[in-house]
Design a protein around this ligand. Structure first.
Ligand SMILES: [Zn+2]
Length: 266
């Protein structure tokens, strides 16, 4: 019987260059927690919604107090063997553009060049008033300086730069935009937010120009990723899925590999 690894290689060789879409499952081996279980359901509470972040100051204080402990995990994370294997396949021409739903930047750290961060990049900040961009490390250092009492708490990191702290957050002081005093937000697409149109268009075009789609480590529960599986299907392009558990596109996949990502890719 043909192995899962061979099945994947055959798919790549027959359809190269293949567009790749990656989700949280590829980064768990780098110590970044995944927020959905094998059935695509939330493991704990769902992440913050865009509207809540913008309109509810207490929720925003809670977000930043928790991020002081959760985000360093993202910031210091290193690419794993799967990220490196994909970067090599890209250099070899087997795969083309990597579209990622992850905001950890690990494909780029692994040496991949043609990458679209569909949901943004967690280490960048953007001001919601003046649009100024800044490194997230600055914001965190300013928050730490303003809130020493929140720095020494025991916490476990949760997905999305979050951590499991519950306390009175009302005293937390948020560092605002140094330009204009506006609200700073990580430059990522939150739930309830939309992916910028130009970014979606670039990703769709990349898929159109390639020989097929390979989805890795995503249950495709979020429409922003699922739409690419649909596009491949509508355009009669082959679709392969490598992920643990069921996905929203299993019924339209040409090849479905339910296995450990690293075991198949590396
Ligand atoms: Zn500003």
């Amino acid at each position: 019987m043909i192995s899962n690894k061979q099945q994947l290689l055959d798919f790549l060789h027959q359809n190269q260059p293949v567009t790749v879409l990656t989700g949280a499952g590829i980064s768990t081996a780098s110590g970044i927690p995944d927020y959905r279980d094998h059935n695509g359901n939330w493991k704990s509470s769902p992440p913050i919604q865009h509207r809540d972040f913008m309109t509810n100051e207490l929720l925003r204080k809670r977000y930043w107090a928790r991020a002081l402990h959760g985000w360093p995990v993202l910031f210091h994370a290193q690419p794993n063997a799967s990220h490196r294997a994909l970067a090599k396949m890209q250099q070899a021409g087997l795969i083309g553009t990597i579209i990622t739903q992850n905001v950890d930047g690990l494909h780029q750290k692994a040496g991949a060049t043609d990458v679209i961060n569909l949901h943004g990049y967690a280490n960048d900040m953007v001001c919601m008033s003046c649009g100024a961009q800044s490194p997230r490390l600055d914001m965190h250092e300013r928050c730490l300086a303003l809130n020493p009492e929140f720095a020494d708490m025991d916490a476990t990191a949760l997905p999305d730069g979050d951590a499991d702290i519950e306390t009175d957050f009302s005293k937390f002081q948020i560092a605002d935009c140094l330009n204009c005093g506006g609200i700073l937000k990580p430059d990522v697409v939150y739930f309830g937010d939309t992916v910028p149109k130009t970014r979606v268009a670039a990703a769709k075009q990349a898929l159109t120009d390639s020989g097929g789609l390979l989805v890795i480590g995503s249950s495709l529960m979020v429409f922003s990723g699922y739409r690419f599986a649909r596009q491949a299907n509508e355009c009669h392009q082959p679709l392969a899925i490598l992920t643990r558990g069921k996905t929203r596109a299993d019924d339209i996949a040409t090849v479905k590999i339910d296995d450990d990502i690293e075991r198949v890719l590396v």
